[in-house]
Design a protein around this ligand. Structure first.
Ligand code: NAP
Length: 349
C-alpha cells in the first residue's frame, strides 16, 4: 500500500474544520499533518484551542498537534479550507501562490471563471479548468472549490432532471443551524422560531447552480440557462438542510420516469469507487413523511441526498422535497470527495 498523503486544514477549529478531522481519521489515502486557524488558536495545542463538538471521539494524535497561523510555509502541499469567508479569499490565494493545492469550502473563489466549482457526480470534467487557472493566474498551486451547502443539495437533486430540459426552479430552504458555523445563530433567536433569511445565501443558490450544471467548453464554463429563484430560511434543526423545490421542464415526462432517473443517478465517484463516495448519491423516499433531517441526514455517511414527495406542481411542472447533510455532503465531505477525485485523476500525488 502506498504511504498516505499529508494534508493540512485551514480553519481546523471551526464546524467544518472539525468535520474534516473526523472524516480524515481513518482515511485510506490522506493523513492530517498540519492545522491552521486564527490568532486566537495559533500556538495552542488543538485540544486547548477548541472544544470538540462532534459525537465521535476526537483523535488523540490531532488533539496533540499545535495549531499554526494560516500562512504557507510548514503546511503540506494539499490543504483543505474551512476558513471563514472574511479571510479565506486572501489566505487561499497566498497558499496557491506558494504552490499548495487548496480544496476550499469558502465562497470567495467559487464564481471565479478560472476556479472549478465541483460536485464530482455532476461536473468532474470541470477540473480541466485547473490547466487554464495555472496558465492565467500563474500560480504554481491551484484552488478548487465546492458549492455552498444548500446549492450542493439542490444541484444534486436537479442533476438527473437535466436531460428533461430543466428551465426554471423555485426553491425555499429550511437550513440547519450548524450551517452558520460555531456558535452561529443565538439559541434565543432560533429556538421555536424560523428566521426568514439566511444572509447571502440566495444569490449563491441562483448562480452557483448555473455554473455547476454548466458545460466545459474550450474557453471555460458555459453557464446552464436554468433560472433559479431562491428563498432561504434558518430553522431550529442541528444538521440537514431541507429544500422545497418546484421545477419546470421543457419535455413531457411522467413522475415515475423522474423517480427512475433519480434512483439510477450515479457519477464518476461511484465508477471510481472513491473512498467517500456513497453507493447512492441520491435516495428517493417513497414514504409521504420523508425525508426528515433527523432521520435521513446521516444516510450514506452523510453523503447521500434524500428526495421525496415528487408530485405535479400546478404552477411549474413538478415539485419535491430534497434534504442533505450540510456539514458533510454540504462541506467537508464535498471537499474530501473533490480531493479524492483529483487524486484519482493524478492531480494530487
Ligand atoms: P466556523 O465554525 O465559524 O469556523 C471558522 C474557522 O475560520 C475557524 O477555524 C476560525 O478559527 C477560522 N478563522 C476565523 N477568522 C480567522 C482569521 N482572521 N484568520 C484565520 N482563521 C480564521 O465556520 P464554519 O461553519 O466551519 O465554516 C467555514 C467555512 O466553510 C465558511 O467559509 C463557510 O461559509 C463554509 N461552509 C460552511 C458550511 C457549514 O455547514 N457550516 C457549509 C458549507 C460551507 P478560530 O477558531 O481560531 O477563530
Amino acid at each position: 500500500m502506498s504511504p498516505k498523503i499529508d494534508v493540512g486544514i485551514l480553519g481546523a477549529t471551526g464546524t467544518v474544520g472539525q468535520e474534516f478531522i473526523a472524516e480524515l481519521v481513518d482515511h485510506p489515502w490522506f493523513r492530517v499533518s498540519w492545522l491552521g486557524a486564527s490568532d486566537r488558536s495559533a500556538g495552542k495545542q488543538y485540544r486547548e484551542a477548541t472544544p470538540w463538538r462532534l459525537p465521535v471521539v476526537r483523535p488523540d494524535r490531532v488533539a496533540d498537534m499545535v495549531v499554526e497561523h494560516v500562512k504557507p510555509g510548514n503546511a503540506p502541499k494539499l490543504v483543505f479550507s474551512g476558513l471563514d469567508a472574511s479571510v479565506a479569499g486572501d489566505v487561499e490565494v497566498a497558499f496557491a501562490e506558494a504552490g499548495h493545492i487548496v480544496v476550499s469550502n469558502a465562497r470567495n473563489h467559487r464564481m471565479d471563471p478560472l476556479v472549478p466549482l465541483v460536485i464530482p457526480e455532476i461536473n468532474a470534467d470541470h477540473l480541466a479548468l485547473l490547466i487554464r487557472q495555472g496558465e492565467i493566474k500563474g500560480w504554481p498551486g491551484r484552488i478548487i472549490t465546492n458549492p455552498n451547502c444548500s446549492t450542493i443539495v439542490l444541484a444534486l437533486a436537479l442533476a438527473p432532471l437535466q436531460s428533461f430540459g430543466l428551465c426554471q426552479v423555485i426553491v425555499s430552504t429550511l437550513q440547519a443551524v450548524s450551517g452558520g458555523g460555531y456558535p452561529g445563530v443565538a439559541s434565543l433567536d432560533v429556538l421555536g422560531n424560523v428566521i426568514p433569511m439566511v444572509r447571502g445565501e440566495e444569490p449563491k443558490l441562483e448562480t452557483e447552480t448555473q455554473k455547476i450544471l454548466g458545460r466545459m467548453v474550450e474557453t471555460g464554463i458555459e453557464l446552464h440557462p436554468v433560472v433559479v429563484s431562491a428563498t432561504t430560511t434558518r430553522v431550529p434543526v442541528i444538521n440537514g438542510h431541507t429544500e422545497l423545490v418546484s421545477v419546470s421542464l421543457d419535455t413531457s415526462v411522467s413522475s415515475a420516469e423522474l423517480i427512475d432517473e433519480i434512483e439510477a443517478f450515479q457519477g464518476r465517484p461511484q465508477a471510481l469507487e472513491l473512498p467517500s463516495a456513497p453507493n447512492q448519491p441520491l435516495c428517493y423516499r417513497h414514504e409521504d413523511d420523508r425525508p426528515q433531517p433527523r432521520l435521513d441526514a446521516g444516510l450514506g455517511n452523510g453523503m447521500t441526498v434524500s428526495i421525496g414527495r415528487l408530485r405535479v406542481c400546478p404552477v411549474l411542472d413538478y415539485k419535491f422535497v430534497a434534504m442533505g447533510h450540510n456539514t458533510v455532503r454540504g462541506a467537508a465531505g464535498a471537499a474530501l470527495l473533490n480531493a479524492e477525485l483529483m487524486k484519482a485523476d493524478g492531480l494530487v500525488v
